[in-house]
Design a protein around this ligand. Structure first.
Ligand code: DAH
Length: 342
C-alpha cells in the first residue's frame, strides 16, 4: 500500500503541474487520468488489496486524488468548448453564408404587374369574400335562375346554407363595390375563384382573376377600348395590337372578348396561338343597365364598363407553361425559375 500512496503523490504533482495549451492536450490528460482505462480507475481497483483496517484511510486518499484530477480537468474545460464552437479558428474575413430569399410565385408576379398598370390609371384595389351569396355571385349580375353556371356540377355550394357558395368569378366584387361606393367607381379586383372542375392540365378547381370596373357619367365603349388598349401596350409591349370580338355575358351589354397579338410569335403564327397570331385574354363589356339597377345605381345617369381576366391564362401564355397544376404543386424546381422575373 505504501507504494501505491507514493505513486499517487507522484501523480498529484504531475496533475498540479499540468498546463494544457489546447483541447488536444486536455483530451490526452482526460484519457490518461479520467478515462475508463485511466489511472484514477486503475488505482480505485487497488482497493481490494488493501487490508480491511486501512480501507477507510486509503479511501480518503483515493477520493482526494480523484477530486484533484477532476478539478484540474474542469479548470481547462473552456479549451474544449472553444474548440467545439470553432471560435478558435473562425476566419472573419470569409464572405457570409448567403441568405436565400424565397422567390415570388409566377401568379403573384403577373397579378402585381396587372394591378400596377391599372393603379397608374387611377384604379384602386377592391377585395371581396371568397365565400359569397347567390345574390352577389349570380342574381345581381343578371344570371338567370336556370343558368347552367348555377348548377351543382359547376359551382361549389356550402352545405350549411344553400344560399352560400364559393365565388365562381371576381365579378361578385363589382356588385359589392357598386352597392357601397360613391360615384365614380374605378376599381380593380384581384382574387381567387372556384369552380367544380375535374383537375387537369387545362382546368383546376381554383384559379385567379382580375376584375375591373369603371362607372361614372358618360362612360362609353370607346373608354373601355382605350383603357384596355393602354393596358395591353404596358403589359405585353408597344408592338401589341388588340382586337375585340362580339360575345355574350349576362352582366354586360354589349359584350366582347379581347384578343392580343400573340406575344410568343409576334403575330406570325405559332403553336401557342394555334397559328392565328392572336390570343384571347379577357372578357369585357358595358355594365348591363339591369345590373346597375340591381345595385341601386340609376342607369339613366351613369354608365360603366367592366372586364375580367384569368391570371393563370396570361401567366401560362407569358411563360409558356403547359400544365395548370404546376401553379399549385409548390415544386421548388418550378418556382425557382421565376427568381429573375422579380
Ligand atoms: N366573369 C367572367 C368570367 O368569369 C369574366 C368577365 C367577363 C368579367 C366580362 C367581366 C366582364 O367583368 O365584363 O368568365
Amino acid at each position: 500500500m505504501e507504494q501505491i500512496v507514493q505513486q499517487i503523490e507522484a501523480y498529484k504533482q504531475e496533475i498540479s503541474a499540468f498546463e494544457p495549451k489546447n483541447a488536444d492536450e486536455l483530451e490526452q490528460y482526460r484519457i490518461k487520468f479520467l478515462g475508463t482505462k485511466g489511472i484514477v480507475k486503475a488505482i480505485f481497483g487497488e482497493m481490494k488489496q488493501v487490508p480491511n483496517e486501512r480501507k477507510k484511510e486509503f479511501g480518503q486518499i483515493l477520493n482526494a486524488f480523484k477530486q484533484l484530477a477532476e478539478e484540474r480537468y474542469e479548470t481547462f474545460a473552456h479549451l474544449k468548448d472553444a474548440a467545439a464552437s470553432g471560435t478558435n479558428d473562425i476566419d472573419y474575413t470569409l464572405p457570409a453564408e448567403p441568405h436565400r430569399l424565397g422567390t415570388r410565385h409566377p401568379i403573384s408576379i403577373v397579378r402585381n404587374k396587372i394591378i400596377r398598370i391599372f393603379e397608374r390609371l387611377g384604379f384602386t384595389i377592391a377585395e371581396g369574400p371568397e365565400i359569397e351569396d347567390d345574390w352577389h355571385n349570380f342574381t345581381a349580375l343578371n344570371l338567370p335562375e336556370n343558368h347552367p353556371a348555377r348548377d351543382m356540377t359547376d359551382t361549389f355550394y356550402i352545405n350549411q346554407n344553400p344560399d352560400w357558395l364559393l365565388r365562381t368569378h371576381t365579378s361578385s366584387v363589382q356588385v359589392r363595390a357598386m352597392e357601397n361606393s360613391k360615384m365614380p367607381i374605378r376599381i380593380i379586383c384581384p382574387g381567387r375563384v372556384y369552380r367544380n372542375e375535374t383537375i387537369s392540365a387545362r382546368a383546376h378547381c381554383f384559379f385567379h382573376q382580375v376584375e375591373g370596373l369603371y362607372i361614372a357619367e358618360n362612360v362609353s365603349f370607346a373608354d373601355l377600348k382605350q383603357t384596355l388598349y393602354h393596358f395591353v401596350k404596358e403589359m405585353f409591349g408597344e408592338n401589341s395590337e388588340v382586337r375585340f370580338r362580339p360575345s355574350y355575358f349576362p352582366f354586360t351589354e354589349p359584350s366582347a372578348e379581347m384578343d392580343v397579338t400573340c406575344f410568343i410569335c409576334g403575330g406570325k403564327g405559332c403553336s401557342v396561338c394555334k397559328h392565328t397570331g392572336w390570343v384571347e385574354i379577357l372578357g369585357c363589356g358595358m355594365v348591363h343597365p339591369e345590373v346597375l339597377r340591381n345595385c341601386g345605381i340609376d342607369p339613366e345617369k351613369y354608365t360603366g364598363f367592366a372586364f375580367g381576366m384569368g391570371i393563370e391564362r396570361i401567366t401560362m401564355l407569358k411563360y409558356q407553361i403547359k400544365d395548370l397544376r404546376l401553379f399549385s404543386e409548390n415544386d421548388q424546381r418550378f418556382l425557382k425559375q421565376f427568381e429573375t422575373a422579380l
